[in-house]
Design a protein around this ligand. Structure first.
Ligand code: 13P
Length: 260
């Protein structure tokens, strides 16, 4: 963690929580993180709970992001949700290119290339997810995969807006498996992602936040968040429990103050 970049702890709930369950979560989380200013906190509920979470979190330290969006504002795209629709209800950002969206729902690099600038234009902060499969890592193709995903994803982002993009490095073999990346693996990949951003704009690379995601929990958060090129975490399973999520936020605060 570099004290010049505000750490971001984001919880991706995936397909979890009804509106009632989301309400119970936020009522339990808010008192735990009420006064936090040194760490940015984000939750990413399913679409249907977004409006309720935005209302409940208004004025608090917690931002509300969506988990995906379509690149077009409107049209014949059954089941999709667009950037202006999210912005209308004060959603603050959106996860783009999560490996589950890429693998299970056919999200392509080409679509992502349009989604990033579209999100930014609509006032949504994008979190672009990248990461290799176990097979790609074993073949020695991790950097090739990251290079492709980062370069495709950022291709159409205007230079002056690059610092607003967050990139989450999520090795697919670590997602939901309990197999967390070793600190040197996470550091190498996150530093490589930052170097790729440097290829677009040197100044932006120093500002862009790179997150680690994949089986991050309170027990392993400190050593991952302490890595120099890791600026926070995209948390799946552990983010659905308010106590565990608040603990990860607290660990990020401690790491930051120690680093500062
Ligand atoms: P887990 O923390 O459950 O491994 O999920 C990580 C993830 O995919 C966050 O987007």
């Amino acid at each position: 963690m570099n004290p010049d970049r505000t750490p971001l702890i984001a919880g991706n709930w995936k397909l979890n929580k009804t509106i009632a369950e989301a309400e119970a979560f936020i009522q339990s989380l808010l008192p735990r993180v009420g006064a936090v200013e040194d760490v940015e906190i984000v939750i990413c509920p399913p679409f249907l709970a977004l409006a309720a979470m935005v209302d409940s979190a208004r004025g608090s330290a917690v931002g509300v992001y969506a988990q995906t969006m379509h690149e077009e504002d409107a049209g014949a795209y059954t089941g999709e949700v667009s950037a202006p629709m999210l912005a209308e209800i004060d959603v603050a950002g959106v996860i783009l290119g999560h490996s589950e969206r890429r693998q299970l729902f056919g999200e392509t690099d080409r679509a992502l290339q349009l989604k990033l600038p579209r999100a930014l234009e609509a006032g949504l902060k994008p979190i672009l997810c990248v990461g290799e499969t176990e097979e790609e890592r074993e073949r020695g193709d991790t950097e090739r995969k990251l290079r492709h995903q980062v370069q495709e994803g950022l291709e159409k982002v205007p230079g002056e807006r690059l610092p607003e993009v967050v990139i989450a490095y999520e090795p697919i073999w670590a997602i939901g498996t309990g197999l967390v990346a070793k600190p040197e693996q996470a550091q190498d990949a996150c530093a490589f992602v930052r170097a790729l951003v440097e290829g677009f704009d040197k100044g932006a690379a120093a500002k862009v936040r790179v997150l680690y995601g994949g089986s991050l929990k309170p027990e392993n958060a400190a050593e991952l968040l302490a890595l120099p090129d890791v600026d926070g975490a995209l948390v799946g399973g552990a983010s659905t429990d308010p106590a565990a999520f608040a603990e990860i936020v607290e660990i990020a605060r401690r790491v930051r103050s120690g680093a500062g």
